[in-house]
Structure formats: C-alpha cells, structure tokens
Design a binder for this molecule. Structure first.
Ligand code: RFL
Ligand code: PHB
Length: 393
C-alpha cells in the first residue's frame, strides 16, 4: 500500500489529521490496534475548546455536536463550601466551550471518513516503523492482529498513537528529552444515570480534596474525585463514593447533589509529560504520544487537535510548493503551545488538589490563588483565556 502520510492511531490526533489531510488532497491511511467498538466505547474527555468546535463545523462534522452537545458560558469554582461563577464568555469576548464527549467526536470522525472513502484499518498488530532516517519510510503491520505482514510505504509517518504507542519510542533515546511530573494523587471517575445537579461544570477544592462535577447528557453525569492513585477500585463502594461527593461538593445554601445508579467507575493516575522534539527525520509525533497533561485543565484532546492542525498546514505547504521549512519547525511551533497548556494544567491541578506532601504554607497558597481568581479581573481573564483555548500565535 502506498500513501503520502501513514498515520498510527485512531484517537483524536490521528483522525482529525486524516480529515485535515483529505481536505488538502493528501492521501493517508490510519492504522489502529483496537477494534472500532473499543475506540468508540472508551470514556475519556468531555470539553472542546471554542476553536475545536469551529473546526468540527468547517470539516462538516458539526451537525450532531450542535444538536447533542452543550455550550457552556462559564464554569463554577468552589472552595470553603462557597461557589464562584467564572463567566468565561464575558471574560474572553464571547468564547464558549462545548461539552461533547470524546467518544462521540470519534464516532463522528470515523463515520464521516469511512463514508467518504477514507481508509481506517482497525485491529492491526505488530505495528513497526522503519526508514524514517532516509526518504522511504514505511509502517509494517498485520491485519486482525496476526494476519500476513503488510506494509504502508509513505513519505511521512505520524505517530498519533497515544502515550504507550511505538511512535515516540522510534525517536532514538539520545535524540529526545523527556520532562515529567507524577502527582501523588489520581482521579476516581464515575458515570451516573441521573439528571444534572448544576447547570455548569463545578471544580471544587474542599477539606477532603478535589471533586469535579461534569456531564455527558441530560440523563448521564460524569463526576470525579481525587483519590490515592494506588487505591483499588474494589475498596470504593458506591456508598463511600457518594459520601465523598457530598462532602466535597456540599454548600451551605441548601443545594443538593442528585444521586443515581453508578454505571461505570475507574481510577486514573495524574501526570504531566513532554517529549522534545516532536519530530525525527520523517516521523512526526502528535497528541498524547508527545505530551500528557493532568485532566484538570481539560486540555489533552484539544492539544492533540492543535498539533495536527499545525502538522496538516505544514504538510500541505510542503506538498504545494515544496516549501519544507514549516515542517522543520513543526516541533518548535507546537511546543510553544504545549508548554503553555502544561503550565495551565499544572496550575489548575496544584491549585485544586489537596497534596499531603505540601506544607501548610503551600496549601494556603492554593486558596489565595483561588481567591485571586474571585477578586482580580486579570487573574480571572487569565484562567478563562486558557480554559477556553489560547489563540494560535
Ligand atoms: P489517544 O486517544 O490515546 O489515541 C491513540 C490511539 O492509538 C492507538 N494505538 C495504536 N494503534 C496502532 N498501533 C499501535 N501500536 C498503537 N498503539 C496505540 C490507541 O489504541 C489509540 O486509539 O491519543 P490522542 O489521539 O493523542 O488523543 C489524546 C486524548 O485522547 C487525551 O489527551 C484526552 O482524552 C485527555 N482528556 C481530556 N482532554 C480534553 O481535552 N478535555 C477533557 O475534558 C479531558 N478529560 C482526558 C479527560 C483524559 C482522561 N483520561 C482517561 C486519561 C478525562 C480523563 C479521565
Ligand atoms: C469530563 O467531562 O470528562 C471532564 C471535564 C472537565 C475536565 C476533565 C474531564 O477538566
């Protein structure tokens, strides 16, 4: 098989890239190790930055999102049992976020690409990248995990294969730098069959730690609490989970949280990670393959899309006029945005979580930070601008 761009991974990075390249008349194939059902069934992100919403529409993918997604003008921050509304639209000249689950975005991207003749091969095994040092790169793979060996010959390989994929590892260790922070807490996430308890997302920092109230649909809510990343989910009974949500989301104004059956629960660790550079020879890495943010800033998916927007522009320019300097600057250009998203995600995470390793002084600093957002216009604007999505520079 011969295409211009071979993409590994059918997550947000790989699928948005396939759409953007198709728009520019560049041929591509997407190789994905999981089945279509698994990809479409994995519950992850929920928040789209304003420009991602516009991009979905430009790509002709906005119809269901506009019908079923929920536009939010702001978020609620809560500490000391009191709530503070952050008017994101008012603070950013009218920009809003969209709550539309990642797996719904993926369903739309997959259905649309397949309906228009795009090739996405699910369930591949043995993905191996080679030849990125020279000018004839290729990806070897096996259909259905163990079928006969096949090869995608291409001009460029894109590793959009998430944190554990082979993309980043194909950059020689001596040529990459890795920057990492592992947090001493994780998130316990649940999906609940219940109506909404509040009209916008609530991020709280209470005595027992962080909690986040988010949503998926009018009948299904997504909620998280800070926990020990080494906890066994079996030790978190539904009763214990609800006790913690009530303790952390409770206020003194008579509001009450609506409970419902918990239909899914799981624990994820929190980490920050950046790989520099994001390119080696004819290999480009994008999204979680290159960087991880803790989910407190809702940046991971959005950052993955930002990478491939930059990459598609650089590829299109290179194919159009042979101008390759944009491709050479891909990494440098992306990393400027990446580090700002890392900073914001780290800021939100440290400000909103209880960290037993910190001194009382440091813990007080986080409440001062929160109160600064409440009382300082500049601080509120900064949080809002970052949350809704920074402009591309
Ligand atoms: P993905 O989504 O991990 O996709 C990579 C794909 O590559 C495949 N793959 C391979 N395919 C072929 N051969 C191989 N050898 C392969 N190895 C791997 C994998 O099967 C997979 O399908 O990476 P991508 O595209 O970079 O997208 C990143 C986002 O998925 C991620 O950053 C977000 O989900 C993070 N995130 C959030 N981001 C937001 O922007 N807003 C949010 O509100 C938000 N909330 C979250 C989140 C992540 C969470 N978790 C579970 C970590 C909430 C949570 C709880
Ligand atoms: C989600 O709805 O899953 C979600 C929302 C906001 C975040 C993280 C996750 O910051």
């Amino acid at each position: 098989m011969r295409v211009q761009v071979g993409i590994i991974g059918a997550g947000p990075a790989g699928l948005f890239l396939a759409h953007l390249l198709h728009r520019d008349g560049i041929s591509a194939v997407v190789l994905e190790s999981r089945s279509r059902d698994e990809v479409e069934g994995t519950v992850r992100a929920g928040v789209l930055e304003h420009w991602v919403v516009e991009l979905m529409q430009q790509l002709g993918l906005g119809e269901r999102m506009l019908r079923e997604g929920h536009v939010h003008d702001g978020i609620t921050l809560q500490w000391n049992r009191a709530r503070h509304h952050l008017d994101i639209a008012g603070l950013t000249g009218g920009k809003r976020i969209m709550v539309y689950p990642q797996q719904e975005v993926l369903k739309d991207l997959i259905a649309h690409r397949l309906a228009h003749g795009g090739e996405i091969i699910f369930g591949v095994g043995g993905t191996t990248i080679r030849g990125i040092d020279g000018d004839r790169p290729a990806i070897d793979f096996r259909r259905d995990g163990n079928g006969p060996a096949e090869t995608v010959a291409c001009d460029y390989v894109v590793g959009a294969d998430g944190f554990h994929g082979p993309g980043r590892q194909a950059i020689p260790a001596a040529r990459r730098g890795e920057y990492q922070k592992v947090y001493p807490f994780g998130w316990l996430g649940i999906l609940v069959r219940a109506p909404r308890s509040w009209h916008e997302l609530i991020y709280t920092h209470q005595q027992d730690g962080f909690a986040l109230l988010s949503t998926r649909s009018p009948d299904v809510q997504r909620m998280y609490i800070q926990c020990d990343p080494n906890d066994d989910i079996a030790d978190w009974s539904d009763t214990r989970i609800w006790e913690q949500f009530h303790a952390r989301l409770g206020t003194d104004d008579g509001w009450s949280l609506t409970e419902g059956p918990i239909v899914q629960k799981g624990i994820i660790p929190l980490r920050s990670f950046v790989c520099e550079p994001m390119q080696y020879g004819r290999l480009f890495i994008a999204g979680d393959a290159a960087h991880i943010v803790p989910p407190t800033g809702a940046k991971g998916l959005n950052l993955a899309v930002a990478d491939v927007v930059v990459l598609s522009l650089a590829l299109a320019e290179s194919y159009r006029g042979g101008r390759s300097d944009l491709l050479q600057r891909y990494s440098q250009f992306c990393l400027r945005r990446v580090w700002k998203a890392e900073r914001f995600s780290w800021y939100m995470t440290t400000m909103l979580h209880r960290n037993e390793n910190e001194s009382d002084f440091e813990q007080r600093m986080h409440f001062a930070d929160l109160d600064l957002v409440r009382t300082s216009h500049a601080s509120a604007v900064s949080l809002a601008e970052n949350y809704v999505g920074l402009p591309f520079d």
